[in-house]
Design a protein around this ligand. Sequence first.
Ligand code: PPE
Length: 340
Amino acid sequence: MDRTIYQNGQGNGAGVKAQTATTNQARPARSTMQSEYIWLDGELVPFERATVHFLNPTLHYGPGVFEGIRCYATARGPAVFRLREHLERFLASARVLGVTDLPYGLDELRDAICRTVCANGFSECYIRPLMYFDGPLGLNLDAYRPVVAIAAWKWGAYLGQEGLETGVRMMVSSMTRMHPNSSMTKAKISGQYVNSILAKTMAARAGFDEAVMLDPDGYVAECTGENLLLVRDRIIYTTPRAAILEGITRDTVITLARDAGYTVVEERLSRDQLYIADEVFVCGTAAEVAPVREIDYRAIGNGRVGPVTHHLQQLFYSAVRGEHHRSAEWLDYMVMEPMI
Ligand code: PPE
């Protein structure tokens, strides 16, 4: 499998030197997200032509919703993992934001994603639908026109290949995760990711791979782009849904774990419950299932990938590759239809 390591500017490994701001030369170019076509408002256009005007509300204020989806290579060809659930969340995000006139429904979006994957000839890729707005500046959403675009590209291990194999290092962020009544934690709203960017950037500059974010009450919420789970005495614990993004990978992992006979408990967790856990891992579409070996300079367990995390990683990869009994309900095989 082609897994180019995507450097988020993070360090990985004990004693990594704190990083200062990345220099221009070290910054990855947009070409790391290269494809031939991008689906833009109803049609496939060449990559270079998928541009938007500087005067649009999403660029200025951040209203917009997106999804992060992965397509995996399987014995039966490329298959998108839990596409329906991702598209349902995309539509739910738009609804939460208050959009009443999204021009595409679930079937049209599924078709658009299929065309984007097939036209680009990817056997596996990351897929990014975005709904952004066209229209005048000003803060009333009803003056905007929603537009949808979909890109796909090869995105390797989000937290680094080494992190997937030996565990990532995290710090608890001084940034609080958003309050559910000042942002919408159930929606993947573009502007809300500034909260994640602030936390992630500080963590990366301090030499960590990722940041744990606490909710406004001081309990563990999630990471900047993943949900978080811990294992203690072989029981899996994760935070309740109210103040987090309801991750589809989180749901996948919980389902696989329960199928395999583990007990999974959803309850509030304090930061020191992380420190004394036997195992901690994070999960998300981009990050997949990544073990955590250190938080705030405390080794988690023995500092190596724990047995439960390892088992769940294996179950996860067999599910996304079509080799698990759950695969049939979770994989949407992309069939290449002739382009007209
Ligand atoms: N919490 C947050 C804040 C989050 O952004 C993600 C996904 C998750 C949890 C996990 O959700 P799910 O993908 O449904 O399991 N983060 C996406 C964006 C990553 C990015 O940097 O962009 C992703 O993983 O696609």
